[in-house]
Design a protein around this ligand. Structure first.
Ligand code: 4AD
Ligand code: MG
Length: 480
C-alpha cells in the first residue's frame, strides 16, 4: 500500500478503504484524537486511536510535533468539523518530540506573535498561517511561469554575480575572495581588485534587467525570475536585502504596451490563486479579520482578503501621469494640513510611500499606474520624452503596499544614452555591451520589475515582508 497525503484523503476518494499516511502530530486530545498534518493542505486529518487496545508506552510517545506513520481505515467521521477520519489500526513513531522541549518552541499549540515565529523560522512553516503563506507563495511563482509560458515568453537566467550596477544606486553587496586582513594593494595604496577572483570588482546583482534587455533583443520576449540583492539600509516592512524579482523585457514594445502587459499579468497571477488556493485564502482572510478586531477602525482592512483580490482582477488600473499626481497631492488635505512627513510643494519631488498610499487608498481607491516621471528621480536607462525632462517610466501602486512594480521604456538611442551616462558619471567601459545593443539594430523595447515578496504580501494580506519569504535577510539579520 502507498502512503496518501492528507489532501488526498480529505477528497474522500479513498473512503472505506485501508490507507497509510505520514505526518506530524499537531495535537493529541483525550488520548484518542490525533490531528495529523503533512503540509499537503491546510487541514489536518483526524486519526482516532483506540487507546484501550494500545500499548501504554506507545501512547505516551504520540505528542505534539512527533512524526508518525499511521495505518488504518478511512471512514465517515462521527464528529463535527471533518467529513472523514482515520480509524487507526497501527501507529509507528518515526521521530519523537519531547513535550518539554516542544513547550519552548512555537510548535506548542497556542497563539504566538509573528515576531516570535520569525525567531523560529525553521519551525514556523508547521503553523497554519505560515504553511498557508508558503503554499500561496509556491502557487504564485507557478502562476508567474505559467503566464509567461502561455504568452510566448522565454525564461532567461540572469547572472547573480555581476560587475554592473543596473539601477545605478550603488546599493550593492561586494563579492570577493580577497583576504580582508591583507588585501593586495595598488601603487596608490588602494585594494587591487585586478588580483581578485574575477580580476575586477564584482557584486551581487540588484536587477537582471540589463542582461534581460540583451536577450529581448535576440529572443523577442523574455523574463527573468530570480534572487536580487540590495544593500539599502531600509528597515521597513516592505524591504529585504535579498528578494526575488520578476522582470519581463520585450522588444518592439512601448510604454503603453508595458502598462497593458503589467496589468494583464498581475490580474492573471491573482486570479490564479483565487481559483487554486481557496482553502488557504479563506484561512488567511479569517486570520486578518481576527487581527483587525484588535486594531482601531481606521487601520482595519477596507475589505476582506478575497474581495480585495477579486477587486484587482475585476477593475481597470487607473493610469495617471506623475504631473497629474503631483497636482492631486499638492492640493490634498493631508498635504495642506501638514499631515505628511514629506510635504509635496513642487514638481520634481520624489514620491514617498505615504504619498503613493494616499493616491491609491484615499484618492483613487484602486490600483494606480503612475507614468512619465521626472528624469532626475529615475534610473539612467529610461527613455527620455520629447519634453526633455520626463522619462517613460511607470510604477504600479497597490493598496496597502505602495509600489509593487517599477518599469519603463528603455532609452534605445545611443547618443542620448551616452549623454545620460556621462551626466551621471557611469563609465562607458563598464557597460560597453549594453551600449552595443544600441549599435546593432537598436529598437524600442520595454520591461518592468515586480517584487515577488510584495506580491505575496498583497495576496496573503501579511503586513510584514519578513513573513512571506522563508528566511528573510535584513540589516543585522541573516540567521538560518
Ligand atoms: O523599482 P525597482 O528598483 O526597478 C528595477 O529594479 C528595474 N530594473 C525593474 C525593471 O524595469 N526590469 O524594483 C522593482 C520592484 C519594486 O517595484 C519593488 O516591488 C521591488 O522590486 N523591490 C523590492 N522588494 C523588496 N525589497 C527591496 N529592497 C526592494 N527593492 C525593490
Ligand atoms: Mg522603483
Amino acid at each position: 500500500m502507498t502512503t496518501s497525503t492528507v489532501a488526498h484523503l480529505l477528497t474522500q476518494e479513498l473512503k472505506h478503504t485501508d490507507i497509510e499516511v505520514k505526518g506530524w502530530v499537531r495535537t493529541f486530545r483525550a488520548n484518542r484524537f490525533i490531528a495529523l498534518n503533512d503540509g499537503s493542505c491546510l487541514q489536518s486529518i483526524q486519526c482516532v486511536v483506540d487507546f484501550e487496545s494500545m500499548d501504554e508506552a506507545l501512547l505516551k510517545r504520540i505528542t505534539t510535533g512527533a512524526a508518525v506513520h499511521i495505518k488504518g481505515g478511512l471512514v465517515e467521521s462521527q464528529g463535527k468539523g471533518q467529513s472523514v477520519e482515520v480509524q487507526v489500526n497501527s501507529i509507528e513513531i518515526l521521530g519523537d518530540a519531547d513535550p518539554e522541549e516542544v513547550s519552548k518552541t512555537i510548535l506548542q499549540p497556542k497563539r504566538h506573535s509573528l515576531e516570535f515565529l520569525r525567531e523560529q523560522a525553521h519551525l514556523r512553516t508547521r503553523t497554519n498561517t505560515f504553511s498557508a503563506v508558503m503554499r500561496l507563495r509556491s502557487s504564485l511563482s507557478f502562476a508567474v511561469h505559467s503566464y509567461f509560458n502561455k504568452n510566448g515568453f522565454y525564461y532567461m537566467h540572469a547572472p547573480i554575480v555581476t560587475g554592473s550596477d543596473a539601477e545605478g544606486a550603488g546599493e550593492m553587496f561586494r563579492v570577493t575572495t580577497l583576504d580582508p586582513k591583507n588585501p593586495p594593494l595598488t601603487d596608490e595604496g588602494e585594494v587591487d581588485y585586478s588580483k581578485d577572483f574575477f580580476g575586477k570588482e564584482t557584486n551581487l546583482t540588484v536587477s537582471g534587467q540589463l542582461e534581460a534587455e540583451t536577450y529581448a533583443m535576440a529572443l523577442g520576449k523574455v523574463y527573468t525570475f530570480g534572487p536580487t540583492f540590495r544593500a539599502e539600509n531600509s528597515n521597513t516592512s516592505r524591504h529585504l536585502a535579498e528578494f526575488w524579482m520578476i522582470e519581463p523585457e520585450v522588444a518592439f514594445m512601448d510604454l503603453a504596451g508595458n502598462m497593458d502587459l503589467a496589468e494583464d499579468f498581475m490580474k492573471y497571477v491573482i486570479s490564479y490563486v483565487l481559483e487554486h488556493n481557496k482553502e488557504d485564502l479563506a484561512f488567511l482572510e479569517q486570520r486578518l479579520e481576527q487581527e483587525d478586531k484588535s486594531k482601531p477602525q481606521n487601520e482595519r482592512a477596507p475589505m476582506p482578503l478575497t474581495e480585495k483580490l477579486r477587486f484587482i482582477v475585476d477593475n481597470n488600473f487607473k493610469r495617471v501621469s506623475y504631473t497629474e499626481a503631483i497636482d492631486i497631492l499638492r492640493n490634498c488635505k493631508p498635504n495642506k494640513k501638514k499631515k505628511f512627513k514629506y510635504i509635496i510643494d513642487e514638481w520634481g519631488a520624489d514620491l514617498q510611500s505615504e504619498h503613493e498610499r494616499f493616491l491609491v487608498e484615499q484618492h483613487f481607491k484602486c490600483p494606480v499606474i503612475l507614468f512619465d516621471y521626472p528624469a532626475k528621480i529615475k534610473a539612467f536607462y529610461m527613455r527620455l520624452n520629447e519634453d526633455g525632462k520626463t522619462v517613460r517610466a511607470m510604477d504600479i501602486l497597490f493598496p496597502g503596499i505602495g509600489e509593487i512594480v517599477g518599469g519603463s521604456q528603455r532609452e534605445e538611442r545611443l547618443d542620448v544614452l551616452k549623454e545620460k551616462m556621462a551626466e551621471l558619471d557611469i563609465p562607458e567601459e563598464d557597460l560597453w555591451w549594453y551600449l552595443d545593443l544600441r549599435k546593432y539594430g537598436t529598437a524600442v523595447h520595454s520591461g518592468f520589475g515586480l517584487g515577488f515578496e510584495r506580491l505575496v504580501m498583497f495576496a496573503t494580506g501579511m503586513g510584514n515582508i519578513r513573513d512571506v519569504i522563508p528566511y528573510p535577510r535584513t540589516p543585522f539579520n541573516a540567521e538560518f
